[in-house]
Design a protein around this ligand. Sequence first.
Ligand SMILES: Nc1ncnc2c1ncn2[C@@H]1O[C@H](COP(=O)(O)OP(=O)(O)OP(=O)(O)O)[C@@H](O)[C@H]1O
Ligand SMILES: [Mg+2]
Length: 335
Amino acid sequence: MSSRIRAKYNEISQAQTLLINAKQPSPNLTTISLFTGVEVPSEAEVRYNDAMKTPKRIQPLVDDGLVDEVISQLMSGKEATVYIVRCGTEIRCAKVYKEATQRSFKKAAQYQEGRKSRNSRRSRAMEKGSSYGREQQEQAWQNAEVDALYKCAAADIRVPTPFGCFDGVLLMELITDANGDVAPRLNDVMLSAEQAIKDHDTMMSYITRMLCAGIVHGDLSEFNVLLDETGPVIIDLPQAVDASANNNAKAMLARDVNNMTGYYSQFAPELKQTQYAKEMWALYEKAKLTPETKLTGQFAEDTHTADVNSVLEEIQAAFEEEQEKHERIREANEL
Ligand SMILES: Nc1ncnc2c1ncn2[C@@H]1O[C@H](COP(=O)(O)OP(=O)(O)OP(=O)(O)O)[C@@H](O)[C@H]1O
Ligand SMILES: [Mg+2]
């Protein structure tokens, strides 16, 4: 077990460290003074220097050398508890998912619809609800967020860089602000009208790119967006849904977009008139949405009224045809 986790971590870590370093330098824990050659504590080390007792669920990662110490608990939410941890010289975030029985996520079935398991034995077990099946379902739930994070990062959407999910613990980049402090949530920040319009535009392009990658966040709001010095960062994706396989995807996309537009329009009321969700979905359905699509926020509703009578006539005709077919089969069987 431990060597399997270790190998997976090394593989992910090598690729991701390159990505992170290229994108943005993480806080270095220790720097060597050029003058004395003596190690001096960096700002990050001073800031995050008091380790706490290791929570039970993180202990396996400490035993495997994935985490060196747990610095503090950042937040305990509905589905998870988030900790600040040290991994070598990096300060990271560890999201520990609560057990299914402790989660207050009520509409799991609505979100899980359309999620495919590539392994048919696993799919059957999950459908049957055996204890093996429940375990598989739990793992699928825990892996959904890390999978969505990898897909988003590959689609150039600003999310915390993931480092893998091990035994129900997601290791990811700690998002910080310009001062190196934990980044605030969008909900905690006042914006100028100009900034709100700019960030709303960024967010609409992130949602577009997500949809092009086949994902709808499903719980996007000002509480699941952080602000770093470059702009909005999307977090909290365990409920992300498959846009093409989930019947609720259109409604969830509309809710995500409208939550964001509603929030930003407090600072820039002109955003209220926009109709990005309808515009996006209409293009997506026609396979015309691309990550580069420049949306306008305008949408012309289809105003011509449906001819209800002719639809009813067609249904009646199909029904009669079906009945005749059954009749013919019955007669043939009686012969
Ligand atoms: N990568 C990160 N960097 C910095 N802070 C983070 C990060 N991930 C999560 N947080 C903080 O932890 C909080 C909870 O994380 P998250 O939303 O992923 O979990 P949750 O259990 O769904 O919480 P909630 O019920 O509040 O939505 C976030 O609101 C944010 O303040
Ligand atoms: Mg959240």
